[in-house]
Ligand binder design. Sequence first.
Ligand code: ZN
Ligand code: ZN
Length: 410
Amino acid sequence: MNNFNENIKKYASLALNVGVNIQNGQTLIINSPIECAEFTRIVAKCAYEKGAKNVHVRWSDEDLALIKYLNAPDEAFDEFPKWEADGLEELAKNGAAFISISASNPELLKDVDSKRIAAANKARSLALKNYREYIMNSTVSWCVISIPTKAWAKKVFTDVSEDKAIQQLWDSIFKIVRVDNDDPIKAWNDHLNKLNHRVEFLNNKNFKSIHLKSKVTDLTIELPKDHLWAGGGEYNAKNTYFVANIPTEEVFTMPFKTGINGIVKNTKPFNYGGNLIDGFTLTFEDGKVVDFKAEVGYETLKKLLETDEGASYIGELALVAYDSPISNSNIVFYNTLFDENASCHLAFGMAYPTCIKNGTEMNSEELQKAGANNSLIHEDFMIGSADMNIIGETHEGEKIQIFKNGNWSL
Ligand code: ZN
Ligand code: ZN
């Protein structure tokens, strides 16, 4: 038990030191499910010890969200509180740091009308547009982490008791986020260095296109002329280095919006706002999804693709070794933060402006002209597998193997 308490503290400290890299006098926002209150209090205490000025917590309650989905009138889902959106924008404008604890019940919304979910997601995205720019442009430090909740743990470990499931999920998380190391911060620095080397290699090659091939996927992705690969950590507008996802195993860039052709199949279930989509195949022509099938969640996928024009285009290509701590755990987490870091993935919707030279200084027209997709959504889905080979082609026509049988060959 002692070990457990120590790991919890190391984890909180990791989120603050490596994650948002909290600065003296800075305000911290923690987005936390109420079920995670105990851990959130530890993070808050640790933040004050590290010099944070104010720690504000935005509590969320899944059960209450479900009550609303099942009982509120339709029109309730077309609006998002302006005061909440304005508050977040103001905090971001003043340079606050944001930690979000992602721990949703993957089955929460399975009986909710997908029209309501789509409307709520859209209203939320529209209201938070300005705030999201601070996040997507990495103007402020932010970090997403996860801790077990009852429903989530039971979905991951189905055949054990609730207590056991929670314990097993904690153990898996500690291992995956390297908190079981004596010095997690050093372990993270080593890991971030490794990711940086790959980023540098890919940026030096300046590939014209990337070809992904496996038994179920055959996809060619053109990259914009001035694309940038990123991975590990990044610098915010105040030049503070932060790591937006703990864990993170990916190296990613933006595709050229209209330059994707071929077919791709997902390899892990995709949890879209509390709804599962699985067994889906997408056919791309000039960047757009022109045909799709899904064994699970067809209607949800259809709604997602119809969110706006950019939702049926791709905003991210991310490379993750099949042989990574998360995929080696052989656990399907039903949580994008973990599953996306276990597998190569694509994202429906908006591209990160940081993935193109001077992107954060461009307005949305300039970004679109450069080849970046724009949308209200950004949703990762997993496509990596043990038999995936990836080849990059340079502007000079040189072909370089990037992945062989699911793993980096660099
Ligand atoms: Zn990603
Ligand atoms: Zn993503």
